[in-house]
Every structure is written in structure tokens, then in C-alpha cells.
Design a protein around this ligand. Structure first.
Ligand SMILES: Nc1ncnc2c1ncn2[C@@H]1O[C@H](COP(=O)(O)OP(=O)(O)O)[C@@H](O)[C@H]1O
Ligand SMILES: [Mg+2]
Length: 487
């Protein structure tokens, strides 16, 4: 059963790849499309050059293999650790585990059978190495499939150099496998969830008939992070992205793989799933601290700043990964997302974070504490203590009602395009906001809540009439209470 399913899945993959390639090629027609090669070198030399690189990549991912339970290994026919030292055995063992799913980590996961009936494909995003497509797998579940980007810079460069598409696909797919192993080891709410994988397999048994290089990693589906869009969202949502990032960095600083540094730290390596930030691109990370001889080996170089940590007596740059991550979070996320429109009662705490992360004066524990403190204050409304308690006295409340008809006005940044919908801690805060908008004469606490538990309040200049709505309450300025709510 396994083989026919895999064959069908492989077919599905090929169709997918062609589809994706077509889409991407049409986008990338411009540029270095047709590559003219230099004088061909000896094919054997080329192959051995590629082999060297393949070996390097395999060695790189070996330490990431999940630790084994001896009994399990025997049952599954996975070769023992000691035997991995020989290259050919290493190859087979790795392949068994990573690609064929003989390792225990794979057993409960989705495999090729889920991809047999793949429908509705659309590109979600692509990078130098990988392409990600949207798919509905058997049962209608929406997933993201990550594959080697046949038109990406990595494949192109490799094929140009080695003139061997198959070998290059194998080489590039090691990055995908590395990422898959990292996803298995680094499970966290702010890391994309690995649902399974399917690898292209053909040919008869013996473990040797594996067509290398065709892999699809099955992930939860998200939305690529759009910084421009994010800049236009309410502070509360921008704060959430930064808080999620700090929670992730806190985990990475003491992960099962030691301290992990993200070497290619950019917003495009993240996505959101229902508003929650998740890291998706993990192929370029450094697990464990960097070895050093002198302090100079422990220098972090950024365009406008350099930082150096001491080289420890153990000969490693202690805390360098953590510092690199914090500073990158500061320069790519916090500077754009955090200070702008922060609630007045919290600006001093936000400024403190900007200062300590921008100067690397706080470690990740202190940074996380500072973020969690802001969240606590924001949720509890304590930062609003200095608002005048009297603001609400000017309003008459009508419970179990919601307004209808014209009278909406727009404000920024609103949760709704049509009207002015903002997140508030309480009716008192909403009254305070209404008083500060010249058009505002009433507001409604809708039954909807934001991720912090705040109410969504809708502000209006007027309304046609009130309709029964058990989830909401309407507050109208006393001076504006309609004589007869029938107009
Ligand atoms: N699970 C996902 N859901 C939606 N989009 C994704 C997902 N994973 C990745 N992407 C998008 O695909 C792009 C390419 O994936 P990535 O792993 O970053 O490839 P590369 O290593 O080539 O940069 C990402 O920039 C992101 O926009
Ligand atoms: Mg990427």
C-alpha cells in the first residue's frame, strides 16, 4: 500500500512543482533567466565537487537527529549511532530516519498518503531556497507545503556551477531536511507546527532505490508577515507580534539544542497564524555557542553598531546568540512596531525596552519580564488609573441594545474599515476616547473581545435606532440622548 500511495503522491508533487515553477518563472522572467555557462569542466570533477558539498550538508544535519531510544531503533531497523560514522552507512541511516520516517518522531505525523488528493494550490511565498504552496489535504484540512524552489537562487547557483539538476535538488533539499529536524526539536507555540512530510520515493526495496531530492514538508498554514500592513494595525496587535517574538527568543536561548541564534533574521522568515507570530524559516540557524580564542572572535557586527562579548574560559562566546537575536528583534521589529501610539500610561515602559534592547543592556529574561509586565498592566487597565473617573457620568447606558443606521465615522487605527472601532479596557476608557473625538456622541461596547480580553468599542456621531442585542450596551452622551429613538 505504501508504495502505490507514495507513487501517487510523487505524481501529485511533480504536478505541483511544475505548477509552482510555472508561476514563479512567470514572475521571474526578468533577470538572469537564461544562464550561459562558462567552459564546461570535467564532469567527474564537477561530480566530486558536488559530492564534497553533499557530505558537508549531511554532516551539518547529523547532530540534529532526535536522540534514540535503543529498543525502538532495533524494531525499526534504524542503524545505530556508532555505525553512522562511516559515510555510506550514515547516508542510509539518515535517509531512513529523515526521509522515510522510520524514526519514532515521524510515526504520528502526516505522510504521503495525505497528499494523494491534494486540491486548490496557490503560492503563499517563496525565498532563495524554498517555495511554499497552499493545499487542502484529504479531509479538507488546509496546510502549507514547503518544497525546494526549483527557480530559487540556491538551485540556480548550484546548477550553474555543477550542471546537475538532480544532484543540486538533493543538495538544496538538505536545507529543507535540516529545517524539518529543527522543527521537530524546537517545538514551541511561536515556531511553525510541523504536521509531517512526504519524500519522493521510487524503485524497489533494499533501501537503495530512493530518488533523492523530492521532499514536501507539511506545515500549518499561515499568512506571511506584511510589515507595511502591520504598521497600520492597532498598537495592541503590534505589541502582540513583539511579545510573541520575545517569547520565542526566550525559548531559543535555552532550547533542547542549546542556545540558538537566528542568522537570517528578517520579518519575511515569520508568518502569523490567527494573529500569533510563528517562525517558519529555520534553515539558517546556529545551534550552540560559537567557539572562540579571543574576545575579538565574539564580535557582533551590525550596519551601525558592533557589540563584543568576552570569550569564556571554556572557549565559547557566551550569550552571543541571545544578544544577536535581541538586537535583531530591536532593529527589525521593535523600532517599527512598539513605540508608535503606545498607550500613554505605558510609554515609559516601552521606552525602557527600546533603550535596553537597542543597547543590549538587558538579557532575554529581563526583556521577557518587561514585556510580560506591560501585558499585565494593559490587561488589568492599571495604566489607565489617572483617567478622570467622571468621564462616564456624562453618558446614559442602554443595556442589551446595539445601534443601527447611519452615524458611523472613521478613525485610525480602527478594527473596522467602515467605522471607528477601537479596543478599550472599560466603558470608562471608551468614554474618555469619545470625549476626545469631536464627532463622537455615543459608543457601544460590543460583545467582541481582542486577544488581551479588551472590548471592541464602536464610536458613532449618531444612530438611526436601537435594536435588541443581548451582547452589547450603548452609551449615549446625556446631552444627545434622542427624545424619541424612532427617527
Ligand atoms: N506555513 C506557512 N504558511 C504560509 N506562508 C509560509 C509558510 N511558511 C513559509 N511561508 C512563506 O514562504 C516564504 C518562503 O519560505 P522560507 O522558509 O522563508 O524559504 P527560504 O528559505 O527560501 O527563504 C516565506 O517568506 C513566507 O512568506
Ligand atoms: Mg526565508
Amino acid at each position: 500500500m505504501g508504495h502505490s500511495l507514495r507513487a501517487a503522491a510523487l505524481l501529485a508533487l511533480v504536478v505541483l512543482s511544475v505548477l509552482v515553477s510555472l508561476l514563479i518563472t512567470s514572475l521571474k522572467q526578468f533577470g538572469s533567466g537564461s544562464t550561459r555557462f562558462f567552459n564546461a569542466t570535467d564532469p567527474e570533477e564537477l561530480r566530486s565537487g558536488l559530492d564534497v558539498q553533499l557530505r558537508e550538508r549531511r554532516k551539518e544535519i547529523l547532530p540534529l537527529l532526535p536522540p534514540h531510544d535503543d529498543d525502538d531503533d532495533e524494531k525499526n531497523g534504524v542503524l545505530e549511532d556508532v555505525q553512522r560514522s562511516s559515510d555510506s552507512v550514515l547516508d542510509l541511516s539518515l535517509w531512513n530516519e529523515v526521509m522515510l520516517g522510520t524514526g519514532k518522531a515521524h510515526r504520528d505525523q502526516m505522510g504521503c498518503e495525505s497528499l494523494v488528493d491534494v486540491r486548490a494550490v496557490e503560492v503563499l511565498g517563496s525565498g532563495y531556497t524554498k517555495v511554499v504552496v497552499k493545499a487542502n489535504v484529504a479531509g479538507g484540512q488546509a496546510v502549507a507545503l514547503k518544497m525546494v524552489n526549483e527557480q530559487g537562487v540556491d538551485m540556480r547557483k548550484c546548477v550553474k556551477e555543477f550542471k546537475d539538476a538532480q544532484g543540486c535538488r538533493e543538495l538544496v533539499s538538505y536545507k529543507l531536511q535540516k529545517e524539518m529536524l529543527l522543527l521537530q526539536r524546537l517545538r514551541h507555540p511561536n515556531v511553525i507546527k510541523l504536521k509531517g512530510h512526504c519524500s519522493g520515493v521510487h524503485g524497489g526495496g533494499g533501501g537503495g532505490g530512493v530518488e533523492r531530492g523530492r521532499v514536501a514538508v507539511i506545515l500549518e498554514q499561515g499568512t506571511p508577515l506584511q510589515m507595511i500592513q502591520l504598521l497600520q494595525t492597532p498598537w495592541e496587535d503590534r505589541f502582540r507580534v513583539c511579545l510573541d517574538l520575545v517569547r520565542l527568543l526566550h525559548f531559543l536561548s535555552r532550547s533542547p539544542l542549546g542556545s540558538v541564534g537566528l542568522l537570517d533574521f528578517q520579518p519575511r522568515q515569520f508568518i502569523t497564524v490567527s494573529g500569533q507570530l510563528k517562525l517558519t524559516d529555520l534553515d539558517d540557524v546556529s545551534a550552540g555557542e560559537i567557539a572562540c580564542w579571543t574576545d575579538a572572535d565574539c564580535t557582533l557586527k551590525f550596519p551601525h553598531r558592533n557589540f563584543t562579548v568576552p570569550c569564556s574560559t571554556r572557549g565559547v562566546c557566551d550569550g552571543l546568540n541571545e544578544k544577536r537575536n535581541i538586537y535583531n528583534a530591536y532593529r527589525f521589529f521593535f523600532t517599527y512596531l512598539l513605540p508608535h501610539q503606545a498607550p500613554p500610561g505605558l510609554t515609559h515602559l516601552v521606552d525602557h525596552i527600546m533603550n535596553t534592547t537597542g543597547e543590549l543592556k538587558a538579557d532575554i529574561n529581563q526583556t521577557l519580564e518587561a514585556f510580560e509586565q506591560i501585558l499585565l498592566l494593559y490587561k488589568s487597565g492599571l495604566h489607565l488609573d489617572n483617567l478622570h473617573p467622571s468621564a462616564l457620568r456624562d453618558y446614559t447606558v442602554m443595556r442589551d441594545m446595539s445601534p443601527s443606521g447611519n452615524g458611523e465615522y472613521r478613525c485610525w487605527p480602527s478594527y473596522s474599515q467602515q467605522g471607528c472601532v477601537l479596543s478599550v479596557h472599560s466603558a470608562r476608557e471608551a468614554a474618555y476616547i469619545c470625549n476626545s473625538h469631536s464627532q463622537c456622541n455615543s459608543f457601544t461596547l460590543t460583545g467582541q473581545k481582542t486577544w488581551t480580553g479588551h472590548h471592541l468599542a464602536s464610536f458613532r456621531s449618531s444612530f438611526g435606532h436601537l435594536v435588541p442585542d443581548s451582547a452589547s450596551e450603548v452609551y449615549v452622551k446625556k446631552s444627545k440622548v434622542p427624545q424619541s429613538p424612532s427617527s
